[in-house]
Design a protein around this ligand. Structure first.
Ligand SMILES: C[S@@+](CC[C@H](N)C(=O)[O-])C[C@H]1O[C@@H](n2cnc3c(N)ncnc32)[C@H](O)[C@@H]1O
Length: 266
């Protein structure tokens, strides 16, 4: 068995699309793991995994890509600010908070971007934002708590916003201390934990629709449909697409923004 064969026969059992993990860097990471376990071939590791749930979790952890950045897909943030958030707020009673869930939030870059967007354009209206951010990787959540990022994390965010909201400490940029507490953080696995309900928007970018198998994507899409309030929006990554057969659950407003259809939609 070679590396490609190993990926093909193992990763679908973890709910992952094997083609996404062919890079040399991921191969290297897995080889280091084989060395730790004193295993000598891909087929030995393949068999070992099947008897060992803990090792399957370990491998999932090794495969996790945690790269993110502020304002990722800047055009999306502009569309949210000018069109889609105002549209939802118009329909929402003034005393009801806007509820957003950022699923797979990495080290906080996405929910903090949403919080900054809110501060800039909507907070003045007196409306309230409830922002929930979740990730399966506790190390990511710990980094979000620190709220310190390299300049490269801000390359898509308008510079004036970085200057307004971050303190430059020798090339590392820190968010204001209180920002962390304005978001509810949760360790949550999209594959094994039930979705959080009652959201007006769910962001799931560069995660389920990038790395998960089609059947898992279908299951998660049904879960997101239930987790969104009527008329709620599901926001994907720039290169993500909903799985085939989602047409009865969501309709595209403007890629990558999809509107939840009502349950009785034909
Ligand atoms: C590539 S990052 C995307 C971050 C952000 N959404 C963005 O688009 O920039 C993927 C994130 O998903 C998390 N993740 C991976 N598998 C997950 C799972 N099963 N449940 C929840 N989060 C997961 C990773 O820890 C990582 O932080």
């Amino acid at each position: 068995m070679d590396y490609k064969e190993f990926l093909k026969t193992t990763l679908p059992h973890l709910g992952l699309r094997w083609r996404r993990f062919r890079s040399k860097s991921i191969r290297k990471r897995i080889i280091s793991r084989l060395q730790v376990l004193a295993l000598h071939s891909w087929s030995e590791y393949h068999s070992y995994l099947f008897d060992n749930e803990e090792e399957r979790q370990q491998l999932s952890g090794l495969l996790t890509v945690t790269i993110s950045r502020f304002w990722r897909n800047a055009a999306l943030f502009e569309a949210l600010e000018t069109t889609w958030l105002p549209a939802i707020l118009d329909r929402l009673p003034a005393n009801e908070p806007l509820r957003i869930w950022s699923a797979g939030c990495a080290s906080g870059e996405e929910p903090y971007s949403l919080l900054i967007l809110w501060q800039e354009s909507f907070a003045g209206s007196g409306r309230e934002l409830h922002l929930l951010a979740s990730d399966s990787d506790s190390r990511c959540l710990a980094r979000a708590l620190q709220g310190r990022y390299p300049a490269s994390s801000f390359r898509e965010m308008p510079r004036h916003l970085r200057e307004k909201y971050c303190t430059n400490e020798g090339g590392t940029f820190s968010l204001p201390g209180g920002f962390h507490d304005r978001i509810v953080w949760a360790e949550h696995n999209l594959i094994s934990d039930p979705p959080f309900k009652g959201n007006h928007l769910i962001f799931c970018r560069n995660l389920a629709y990038t790395y998960f198998t089609d059947s898992l994507q279908e299951k998660i899409t049904v879960g997101f449909h239930r987790a969104l309030l009527p008329g709620g929006l599901l926001v994907l990554g720039r290169k993500d697409h909903l799985p085939k057969g989602s047409g009865g659950l969501f309709r595209r407003l403007q890629h990558p923004i999809y509107e939840r259809l009502s349950d009785n939609h034909a």
